[in-house]
Design a binder for this molecule. Sequence first.
Ligand SMILES: Nc1nc2c(c(=O)[nH]1)N[C@H]1C(S)=C(S)[C@@H](COP(=O)(O)OP(=O)(O)OC[C@H]3O[C@@H](n4cnc5c(=O)[nH]c(N)nc54)[C@H](O)[C@@H]3O)O[C@H]1N2
Ligand SMILES: Nc1nc2c(c(=O)[nH]1)N[C@H]1C(S)=C(S)[C@@H](COP(=O)(O)OP(=O)(O)OC[C@H]3O[C@@H](n4cnc5c(=O)[nH]c(N)nc54)[C@H](O)[C@@H]3O)O[C@H]1N2
Ligand code: SF4
Ligand SMILES: [Mo]
Length: 768
Amino acid sequence: MIKKIKDFLGVDIKNDKYALVDDEIFGKVAKSKKPDKWIRSTCGYCGVGCGLYIGVKDGQPVYTKGDPAHPVSKGTLCPKGLSEHEMVRANNRLTTPLVRKDGHLAPVEWDEAFKKASEAFKDVAQKHGKEAVACISTGQLLTEEFYTLGKFVQLGLGSNNYDGNTTLCMSSAVMGYKQSFGSDGPPGCYEDFSHADVIMLIGANIADNHPILKLHIAKNKKTTGKKPTIIVVDPRHSKTANMADIFVPLKPRTDLALINGLCHIIWEQGWADESFMREKASGYKAFVKHIQNYPPQEVANITGIEVKVLYELARIYAGADKAMSAWTMGVNQSALGTDTVSAICNMALMTGNLGREGASPFSITGQCNAMGTRESGFTSSIPGYRNFASSHDREEYASIVGVPTEIVPDKRGYAYPQIIEGIEKGEIKALWVVATNPLVSYPDQPRLRAALKKLDMLVVQDAFMSDTAQLADVIFAAATWSEKDGTYTNSERRCNLAKKAVEPIGKSKSDFHIVVEFSRYFDGAYELLFEGWEDPRDAFAEWQKVSKGQLCDYSGMSYEKIETLGGIQWPCNAENPDGTPRLYHDTMECTTEDGKPKFICADWEPMAENICEGFPLVLNSGRTVEQFHTRTKTGEIAILDNLAPEAWIELNPKDAEKLQVKSGERMGISSPRGRIDDLVVKVTEGVREGNIFVPFHYNTELINTLTQSLFDPKSFEPNFKQTAVQVHSEKVPEGIVFPQTEIVGELSHDKVTEEVSGVKVEEKVAKS
Ligand SMILES: Nc1nc2c(c(=O)[nH]1)N[C@H]1C(S)=C(S)[C@@H](COP(=O)(O)OP(=O)(O)OC[C@H]3O[C@@H](n4cnc5c(=O)[nH]c(N)nc54)[C@H](O)[C@@H]3O)O[C@H]1N2
Ligand SMILES: Nc1nc2c(c(=O)[nH]1)N[C@H]1C(S)=C(S)[C@@H](COP(=O)(O)OP(=O)(O)OC[C@H]3O[C@@H](n4cnc5c(=O)[nH]c(N)nc54)[C@H](O)[C@@H]3O)O[C@H]1N2
Ligand code: SF4
Ligand SMILES: [Mo]
């Protein structure tokens, strides 16, 4: 195939350098609607960061094609990438700013929208303090826009209550990395999937959600000469479980006990890399003591995974020369998320799987630029992963950007759930929502909706008429992907160019221009922060200075170099002019006090909201390949939406039998917070008995009506993946449907250990 593409294009795509492709060649592919020009860019959906070309005809985006020369995707795209051009001119785009007048949203000129919003923000700040104005942003703007927005909110508005939807998503990975390595920043890269002997995917359904990553796993056999052993840890037999050599269908939210238990066995059996543990990491002694509390039989009771399978997993992971562990929301979206991330890092440290090719603990990011928002400053750090509490960091940042140090916040602000609580309590009176749609994506909707009603001013900045936009007092109409220039940084720290191919629709403006122009309505803010800034390059230039010398160093990049190389992985500076594939490589230098990564001792705990008589099932929620999040981008694209037009409930056959329901019938679900009705039933062995799964994308079957206000105390990430619920159907009367299913055992600390090491698991563990 590669040869075919190569011959066809007449370019050497094996060459690491980013080959140029002749426009004419693609023109031949798209005969029927041959674009006038092709613009090279990056996909704006998920964190994989695939390279693509946008085909433009008469000023409109008409085609999307994979870029064969891009190192991440080599010419391939998933269905969302392939249809991305259709999103740009969809019917639900916002084409003009709007202001609520007599209860209705009316189109206005930008000046009126900016005046209305700025007067309200200034009024609230004067009456209730600057922190009474809060902002919730996203992982979907360009880095230049994040940098600009963060600078304006923190230094211009003077509010530190600035967080984003990344707290619903990556914040447990961020805090876990901080605990273990001193700083955020995924240590590995996609190439590691092509070199690892063992790949353990924990709570990550890449087949639906990061499909093009599979390309790097597929390359593995060619690289290593043998097929890697793939382990998939997920209570649900996801599409990714079909790829597994060993599928581990653990009880929900027991991953921390599982990993601690695997570490116990690795130590007990002498499979640990003891010299690595002693010399390269810190906290080794306390950790060895800690894992004694996780003997295999107890871990088997907690996780539902047999002792002999635990031994087999430990043997395979520790026995590999190169082991990779990658995770996503099954780990992060839990009240134990941060500690589970650190436990995964512990297991890697114990076996020397860090900083080497094919050997890394790796968080796969969700949104196209979840990394950009983490790096450029938000509630828990000043730009460049700097620390609010450090006067050195504050002074350094202030001197680079030329502002008085006093205006740089000296403590962290509220995280997303704390902002919502602040609104509830009446502390926060004005909210600016940028590129996120809480009315579908935030947990415990009844509580959120009651809180939002208390606001004096809600400004929503979105490219589409989202559910949240419909509630706004003022709407800023934003340009989106393909209508603006800048960069996205993907899961492997690769900064890619996302280029403008067409003009913004109607009166919409890029988020960069919205923020810069809005700042002119606040006395002196524009002059202090953005004087002379005309386009995103100005923000990028300052960001390069601000990030210089930090772990996320962009100082050695330029737009031109990014394009030539097909993206650059930070840190990129004078020492590493072409970027850095792996962190903690060679020197293993971390940003901890002693420069070493740390072992973290963290205990598993049973679920806070345990299933009970009235709510006997555990609801798990997640995604499907055809839809993106709250469907503002995919709901109007027929080729995607028609394949998954409504939500469904996945139900185990045993539960279906108890409830006397069949596939295709309709059911309702309730939790202590609310009820949703009329979901179509899909009976499948894929979910465990006592568990159900529902996708979260649909405002029509709004699953977040049911989810709870339970957050990880360190990362503030919601515990989205487990909620105690009841199901209802016409055949089944209200009330208790069937008896409580035992979900999680108590950790009793009796030291029963079965000596079954070396037992070979002949078959895949429970296929369903
Ligand atoms: N098509 C599509 N792709 C996307 C997105 C999208 O909306 N649509 N969104 C993007 C974003 S922002 C994100 S964050 C990623 C998310 O990507 P993923 O994390 O892969 O997505 P989810 O479906 O939320 O959850 C992953 C898996 O976690 C499992 N899980 C549930 N509970 C547990 C548990 O207790 N332990 C373990 N080990 N696993 C558990 C679920 O069964 C599910 O299969 O996808 C990105 N890609
Ligand atoms: N129950 C449950 N809930 C979940 C999850 C789960 O697994 N289960 N997953 C959580 C996760 S991981 C995530 S990331 C969140 C996602 O939740 P949201 O962030 O609410 O999801 P999106 O639909 O991506 O919202 C992005 C918004 O930005 C707008 N937009 C797109 N491009 C642009 C642009 O260029 N500029 C501007 N200004 N706006 C733009 C879109 O129209 C959309 O309204 O959902 C979370 N909620
Ligand atoms: S895998 Fe992600 S980045 Fe690649 S085409 Fe699909 S949505 Fe876009
Ligand atoms: Mo996400």
